[in-house]
Design a protein around this ligand. Structure first.
Ligand code: G4P
Length: 195
């Protein structure tokens, strides 16, 4: 998605540890027009997948997920994150380790918002090590529902998440694929719809 790559080139900064800071438009200040286009792009990519719900993890996944739900006409559920070990029998839960932040969060989705016939599209802002998507897959598994794939705003293709999900047969669609952040420079792989 050219518009997204241009935003990353214009406003993205590379931090030590291979972290791409995009807080000017994605995960602190949010560019609503860009988010709307992101939602429309995911809706187009997954239009034939029979999606009944969009799932994400709070907090940075919420903006692109809501715009995707709007474009597809389906509800959006965001998994809540807790540091504590609280267990609640009404919730599906999974533990998600963040390599970037070196912390483990328990993510949970209320059983109230899951139906056996659900076909879920997972949306997230970044795919790096794939832990957030793996956590949502674990919850879908507990609930016995179908996941149609994952829509990712920015994939860091040089980290293992994308390949690991592909190896599991999960359809992953990323709107920008960053192939390297070496020497503070952002390089992209070509993505769908570039021509
Ligand atoms: P994962 O996202 O594939 O699971 O990999 P990882 O464990 O490395 O990432 C953990 C957290 O760090 C996630 O945010 C993810 O979005 C974020 N992250 C990973 N790489 C980058 C990056 O290059 N830039 C930025 N800005 N974030 C990155 P989170 O813990 O879910 O937090 P939140 O921001 O959604 O609240």
């Amino acid at each position: 998605m050219k518009e997204l790559e241009e935003k990353i080139r214009q406003y993205g900064t590379v931090l030590p540890g291979n972290v791409l800071k995009v807080d000017a438009f994605l995960n602190h200040q949010v560019d609503p027009v860009l988010m709307q286009h992101i939602g429309q792009a995911f809706a187009k990519l997954f239009k034939d997948a029979g999606v009944t719900k969009v799932w994400t993890v709070e907090s940075s996944g919420i903006a692109p997920a809501v715009m995707t739900g709007l474009a597809m006409g389906v509800p959006v559920v965001f998994a809540r994150k807790h540091k504590s070990l609280t267990l609640n029998s009404d919730m599906y839960t999974a533990d998600v380790y963040s390599y970037t932040k070196k912390t483990t969060n328990r993510i949970s989705i209320s059983q109230k918002f899951v139906e056996p016939s659900d076909r879920v599209l997972l949306i997230d802002d970044f795919l790096a090590n794939g832990q957030a998507v793996e956590g949502m897959l674990e919850i879908a598994d507990q609930a016995g529902i179908e996941v149609v794939g994952a829509g990712i705003v920015i994939e860091k293709s040089f980290q293992p998440g994308a390949a690991e999900l592909a190896a599991k047969g999960i359809r992953v669609e990323a709107l920008a694929k960053v192939s390297s952040l070496a020497d503070g420079k952002v390089s992209f792989e070509s993505t769908e719809g570039d021509n």
